[in-house]
Design a protein around this ligand. Structure first.
Ligand SMILES: [Zn+2]
Length: 360
């Protein structure tokens, strides 16, 4: 089938909107409604993510892993996916390891999985695609159809908090009231993933801070007022750091920044590394940093991707947040552009939280 698609030729620099032939014959036919752009897409297009590669025997990779799609034709299937349904396609496709076989390809043990729009599998930035029903997560709530493109980035957050739940059992992590109100979380970064981590942290009840090494726009500051998240520029004012943090989530991928915040952690603190930045400069840490981590029982963990259960939990959160916070969530989508506007892959929009491409 011929589709209009946004393509790139990894590992080379570049992006194109063009007609391309794809060879697919799968039981569900879909049309994207929105596809989101993230740092990974921009990294692939700029040639700075060496792990990206095109499908076997092809030079071109169709981009796109954050997607809300509409089913335009469906063969009968056990999962009840029907024509007209809104669905979110799962990005990562299993390999043959034991974790992949039990539906947890997010924890793939041999790396032999594929990711749509990233590693060896065409993505969703195209006028039409086909898929198997088991790779589609149905959007049950019609009220979130305009924001469900955020499901894919949010599923990463749900997986990371599952890791937090596991690791926090190592000690009593709640406060003296058995809650998190006296516990402090810091989210490093102010992009879309950072916002979603901030909201999830508030769901737990953490006192939640977001930080960056520059001031933030008025519009972003207004947005985090409602969920009661506090922003500070850590190069200017560090007064909120004097009581330390119990949970840190890094979305920057910058080693120097990460080690700066590890030194702010309280006893039994948990540091979740989520952001990746292969171009971040080298940084050093010394024996006193290691001592700090050990003496305080600090856990540092990496978390990537998520499985079907995390997509489902993400959809539930979007429904609840849509009710709880009103247009806050839809305002996270700061611009909607047409597919031929490939410039957005090369330049971040001013004040951008999430840019999405509309396909209708
Ligand atoms: Zn695997």
């Amino acid at each position: 089938m011929k589709v209009d698609a946004i393509t790139t030729e990894p590992p080379k620099w570049g992006v194109k909107y063009e007609d391309i032939d794809v060879d697919e014959n799968l039981p569900i036919k879909l049309k994207p409604v929105y596809t989101g752009i993230c740092g990974t897409d921009r990294g692939i297009v700029s040639g700075s993510l060496p792990f990206a590669y095109a499908p076997h025997g092809r030079q071109k990779l169709i981009l796109g892993h954050e997607c809300l799609a509409k089913v335009i034709e469906a063969e009968d299937n056990d999962l009840g996916i029907k024509t007209g349904d809104y669905v979110v396609p799962i990005v990562r496709r299993p390999g043959k390891c034991v974790n992949c076989l039990i539906g947890r390809s997010d924890n793939c043990s041999d790396g032999d999985k594929h990711e749509a729009g990233i590693t060896g599998l065409n993505g969703f930035m195209r006028s039409e695609f086909q898929d198997y029903p088991q790779n589609l997560v149905k959007v049950e709530d019609p009220d979130i159809a305009s924001i469900a493109v955020l499901t894919e980035p949010l599923k990463n957050v749900k997986k990371a908090f599952e890791m937090f739940d596991t690791v926090s059992k190592k000690s009593v992590f709640t406060d003296a009231n058995g809650a998190y109100d006296e516990k402090r979380a810091i989210i490093i970064g102010t992009g879309s993933e950072a916002f979603l981590y901030g909201l999830a942290s508030r769901d737990y009840g953490f006192q939640t801070y977001m930080t960056n090494r520059h001031p933030e726009t008025e519009s972003k500051l207004r947005m985090i007022e409602r969920p009661n998240i506090t922003f500070y520029d850590y190069t200017k004012d560090t007064s909120v750091e004097k009581n330390g943090f119990d949970l840190a989530v890094d979305t920057s991928g910058d080693p120097a920044t990460i080690f700066r915040f590890i030194r702010k952690m309280n006893n039994n603190g948990i540091v979740i590394l989520f952001g990746t930045n292969g171009r971040a400069p080298a940084s050093t840490f010394d024996g006193s940093d290691i001592d700090y981590i050990i003496e305080r029982n600090i856990t540092i963990l990496g978390s990537v991707d998520g499985s079907r259960i995390h997509y489902e939990r993400a959809l539930q959160d979007l429904t609840r947040w849509n009710y709880q916070y009103g247009d806050l969530i839809s305002n996270m989508i700061t611009s909607r552009v047409k597919p031929d506007n490939t410039d957005i892959f090369l330049h971040k929009q001013p004040g951008e939280i999430k840019t999405v491409i509309g396909w209708s």
